[in-house]
Every structure is written in C-alpha cells, then in structure tokens.
Design a protein around this ligand. Structure first.
Ligand code: CP3
Length: 354
C-alpha cells in the first residue's frame, strides 16, 4: 500500500504540526486486557507466540479501532520481540512483563546479541502490518509501528525483569561505560532494523518507547541514553515517517528528549502540556496526557480532565494543532472500554474545525 496514494491522516498531520480536521486520539496499550474481545481472542498461550500469528495479531490490532473510534491503530507486538526473535531468551509473564532467563552481565554476553534480520527472524511482523493496512485502507486511520528505545530494552536485558531501582543497569553503565555503549549500539541497530521493516511494510508513523527513561537524572540521560536513541531516529529519518519519543516520569528530560530529534514528544500525566511546551520548545508536536488512573473515575471527572488536557494543548501553541491526544501512559486493564470510547468522542467533538 503506497503512502502517497492515500490522503495524509490527521494523526500524521498532527505529528508534523500541520492543520487537522480535529485533534487525533489514540491510547497507548489500547489493544489489551481492558477489551473483552481481546481476552477472548488472546487465549491462554504465551503472548510471544500470539505475536507469531499474523492473522490474530492483525485482529487484535484492529479491535480498539472498532471499539473506540481512535485515529490510529498500534501494532500488536512488544518491545522485546526483536530480542526474543534473535534467541536472547526472553519470555513475557502475565501481569509482570518481560523476563530474561540469563541477563546481560559481561562482554561475553555481546555474542548473544547478533544482528536482527526482520525478514528472517520475525517475518510475522511485516505480515501483520500488511494485513492491518489492507483493512484500514481509505479509513483515515493510521497504523503506528514501534520499538523499545535502547535504554528501556537494555534495562530488561540487564535486570532480567521489571525493576524499581534499575540498580544493575546503573552499575553497568557507570561502572563499564564502554560495554554499556557497545550494548546500546547493538540495541539501537536492532530497533532501526525493526522500525525500517515496519515502515517498509506500511506503518505510517512510529513510536519509540523509552518507558523507564524517567529513572535517569538529566546528566545520565544525556550521556547514557540519548546517543543511542538519537541513532535510532537518525537511522530511519530517510524513510520520512513521523516519529514519537515517549517515556514515563520524564518531566526533567523533555528538552533532552526533544534534542534526540523526534517529530513528537510524548508526555506523561505529571507535566501539563503548556508547561511541556515551554520545556520542549516550538519545534515538536506533543502527545498526551490524560492520567490513565483517572479513567477509572466517574465520567464527569474523566470529561473535565480530558478538557483540561485539550485546554493546556491549546494554550501551548494558541491553536491546539501539533497535539496528539493520548493517555500519559498505557490503558489500565481495569478500565471501562465505554469510558475510553466517550473520551474519543469528546476530543473529536470539542476540537472539530470548520
Ligand atoms: O495496544 C498496544 O499498545 C500495542 C501493543 C503493545 C504491547 N506491548 C502488547 C502487550 C505495546 C505498544 C507494548 C509495548 C511495551 N511492552 C512497553 C512500552 C509501553 C509501556 O507500557 O511503557 C513495555 C514497557 C513493554 C514490556 C511489557 N510487556 C510489559 C511491562 C508488559 C505488561 C505485563 C502485564 O501483563 O501487565 C508486557 C506484556 C504485554 N505486552 C501485554 C500486552 C497486551 C499484556 C500481557 C498479555 O496479554 O498476556
């Protein structure tokens, strides 16, 4: 499916700070356990084998488009899929997340990080992208591809699972910077390969998830995370699709993240978008930032909070263009899908332009 053959979607236009018919909206983790149809389709096997079934993955990718009326689908996959596909030994535990049987410890482990070849190692990803694009053709709904940023993927590879302190990651990056840079260089190359394959198969925008970057002080982020993140964005720049860089707890990092070169900076719920605009400057669109926890409150609370996000986005640049409405992090599994559908309707109605 050629991108030129289709009119640019509002999602792509907002990312590029071009005029839109209304503010586009999608939700991180929109495909997932909040949806009964997801739970029914997903079954009980490993989620990594579910990704290997392109028809199933395409169906799950499309479920939130039908249910919520969002302006973008995000590919049903995970940030650890490339690591898994090269045989690094990753599993995803329900309710916990990625776990690594033999975490990355020393230079000997570099040999376990061979280059990722998407067409050979994970052909189901491009196949899923193709199936989804065929379904979405002419709908005005964009397909977003994604990858994990090197720091966040490294944190799983080194910690072996989720972490609150990131103590092992920090010990390695400060204690053996040379090894850290070798590791993150390889993870950057894997992310570039993965994103290029998704874009070439038809993804119309991509998001780089640096979910745990907020654990870093600005100086640490600048030295240890930013170079590899910038390398990923540079490595796909020639393909000309909009890029979104997102992390949680990144209020003090927003300007540095902007300097990595994404079109869009994703903001969590802790920093109002007008303040985020001051930190990021005028050269980037903003994505966010309704608190996902608030979506469990009664509708009037959610409606007011959604309007506050729209008002802060409009205050940020006078018009509200250059805003992609989203949550500040992923949909919580306990969320009532009806509330999210109502948020989409509210955002569309209140930002409709003549
Ligand atoms: O709708 C979507 O957002 C698309 C699919 C998607 C998944 N993972 C599917 C998934 C996306 C974009 C991701 C990215 C991802 N994976 C991130 C970045 C986003 C973020 O939340 O910050 C991270 C940190 C991961 C690692 C990961 N994978 C975690 C922390 C978990 C959660 C564990 C749990 O069960 O709550 C996973 C598993 C996972 N990835 C699920 C889904 C739908 C749930 C598990 C299941 O259904 O078995």
């Amino acid at each position: 499916v050629s991108q030129a053959a289709e009119v640019r979607t509002d999602l792509v236009r907002a990312c590029l700070r071009e005029p839109v018919s209304r503010t586009p909206v999608w939700f991180m983790r929109q495909a997932g356990r909040a949806l009964p149809e997801y739970r029914a389709t997903r079954g009980s096997g490993s989620i990594l084998s579910a990704f290997g079934d392109a028809a199933l993955s395409a169906e799950v990718t499309l479920q939130p488009v039908r249910r919520y009326g969002v302006d973008a689908a995000i590919l049903f996959s995970d940030i650890v899929v490339p690591l898994h596909a090269i045989g690094f030994g990753v599993d995803v535990e329900p309710g916990r997340g990625p776990v690594v049987a033999e975490p990355f410890r020393s230079s000997a482990d570099l040999a376990r990080l061979r280059p990722f070849e998407p067409a050979v190692d994970a052909p189901y990803v491009a196949e899923t992208v193709g199936l989804v694009r065929r379904e979405l053709a002419g709908s005005g709904v964009a397909l977003i591809g994604f990858a994990g940023a090197p720091f966040t993927v490294a944190s799983y590879a080194i910690e072996g699972g989720p972490s609150r302190t990131f103590a092992k990651v920090k010990a390695l990056m400060h204690g053996d910077p040379e090894l850290w840079f070798q590791l993150t260089e390889r993870l950057a190359a894997m992310a570039v390969a993965s994103l290029r394959a998704q874009i070439q198969a038809g993804a119309q925008a991509v998001q780089l998830f640096d979910s745990w970057a907020g654990s870093l002080a600005p100086a640490e982020y600048a030295r240890f995370a930013l170079p590899a993140t910038r390398a990923v964005l540079d490595g796909i720049a020639d393909l000309g699709v909009p890029t979104i860089l997102f992390g949680v707890g990144t209020g003090e990092l927003l300007a540095l993240m902007a300097s990595a070169g994404p079109d869009v900076v994703g903001v969590d719920w802790r920093v109002p978008l007008d303040e985020a605009r001051r930190r990021v400057g005028g050269g980037h669109a903003l994505q966010g930032n309704l608190d996902p926890a608030l979506c469990l409150a009664p509708w009037p609370v959610v409606a007011d909070a959604s309007r506050a996000v729209l008002a802060a986005a409009a205050a940020a640049d006078g018009t509200g263009t250059g805003h992609v409405f989203n949550l500040g992090h992923g949909v919580l599994p306990e969320t009532d899908p009806g509330i999210l559908a109502a948020v989409v309707e509210l955002v569309h109605n209140e930002t409709a332009r003549a």
